[in-house]
Ligand binder design. Sequence first.
Ligand SMILES: *[C@@H]1O[C@H](CO)[C@@H](O)[C@H](O)[C@H]1NC(C)=O
Ligand SMILES: *[C@@H]1O[C@H](CO)[C@@H](O)[C@H](O)[C@H]1NC(C)=O
Length: 151
Amino acid sequence: MKTLVLLFVALTSPALVWCACSDYLSDLRDRPSGLSPCPCTATQASDDSNFEASNWFIGTYHPGADSCYRSARPSSSGSGQQCCYSSTGRIITSSPGGGTADRYSPNYSFWRHRRYDVLPWNACCSGQLDSSDCATYFRYRPIDNCSRYSG
Ligand SMILES: *[C@@H]1O[C@H](CO)[C@@H](O)[C@H](O)[C@H]1NC(C)=O
Ligand SMILES: *[C@@H]1O[C@H](CO)[C@@H](O)[C@H](O)[C@H]1NC(C)=O
């Protein structure tokens, strides 16, 4: 029930307090750190205990992705990795389908995740995925390409 209430608040309140992308720049400049590299395939992610399937709202935030995984545990600074895969199970390494690093993992703090990751995405990328604002978002919340992954 608590989760449902939080989801309701998360979905409805951005419309009440709408800010421009530039209003989130200082929050975006606080970058994620200590992230685990993404596995290269969905099968590896599913077999890796450092990652957990997390497909909430991927149609909205990662259109084109077939499945997404998040770090099972936040980094020491509270950040979280997110990795998204295509229908063939290969990692997606570009926007908009690619998984984006989170400054705050939702598992570390729902509210900080919302402020530092979700609301900036809404302001910078929602409805304008090919804009320079959205490119700014991806610069500070990068998509991992699995090059550092080793089983
Ligand atoms: C959230 O964190 C707890 C404890 O750190 C962990 O057991 C759980 O699997 C995590 N859940 C998700 C969805 O990341
Ligand atoms: C993968 O990302 C790293 C930076 O994290 C970059 O140096 C490297 O060139 C990228 N590799 C490919 C194949 O895009």
